[in-house]
Design a protein around this ligand. Sequence first.
Ligand code: PBG
Length: 304
Amino acid sequence: MTFKLGTRGSPLALAQANMTAAALRQAHGWAEDATEIVVINTKGDQVQDRALAEIGGKALWTKELDAALLDGRIDCGVHSMKDVETQLRDGIALAAMLPRADVRERLLGAESIAALPQGAVIGTSSPRRAAQLKALRPDLRTEVLRGNVATRMAKVEAGAIDATLLAAAGLDRLGVKAGHLVPLDVMLPASAQGAVGITARLGDEAVLAMLAAIDDADTHAAVLLERGFLAALGGSCHSPVAALARLEGELVHFRAEILAEDGSERLAGELMVPRAHAADEVAALAVRLLGEASPAVRALFDPA
Ligand SMILES: NCc1[nH]cc(CCC(=O)O)c1CC(=O)O
């Protein structure tokens, strides 16, 4: 019997699936051939030429993996948690998370956001990154840029765009050294950025127990808080929202912001709260920031 890990087929997704397989073999003393990577094509992979928001539809990256899990083709699904909807599909459980990588952004094409030339064009398909860039530098323009990491880097090199932002986590996992780290006080990451999560069938106790052995509890707790913030807003990975939780002993340091899509508004909040109350405080922060926002920003969200 082999343990089947489902994943998308992009180089980053494959790297993350291989890391997960290696962690499982290590934790359980399994042989090399005890794990198998099963590539599942998703709608998000098929549509490369349009902005994600235009495609519409939910669970672009996860739907096909969920289906493969539920019909038993795979035993678990490996995901970038950033791309996983806050509402999991019925029957799907979030079983484990690998230790989180660098949560920061890397800028390719310039040494810093401040150093970008006046009016520079930044390629990104992330409404959060576009809004954050324009909040910092209203002169900047953004252009939709999709494709995997290599495609995006090639567009900067070819001069089609002046610069782009990518998650340091993804570049690190691919062994790509390019770009300059953007400090957290300049740009906060997306909720769950840098975290790899593993889904399994709810009630599949044997698999859930195997996966529990590779769970990084601090990463898991932090990511659940960030997802809780996004859920309280009624947002998704396409919303102009940033959130980062850091566990500091018994305390949680939580920072978040919501923005107008054109960067003309930015509502930020920060908490230092005991872990035990953090989920409630984070949800309350979401409500408070929405309350401070203009009707235009509030209209981007759909709070419960
Ligand atoms: N939305 C695409 C996506 N999903 C996860 C990552 C990077 C890895 C991570 O954040 O864990 C990326 C690419 C990027 O934003 O640069």
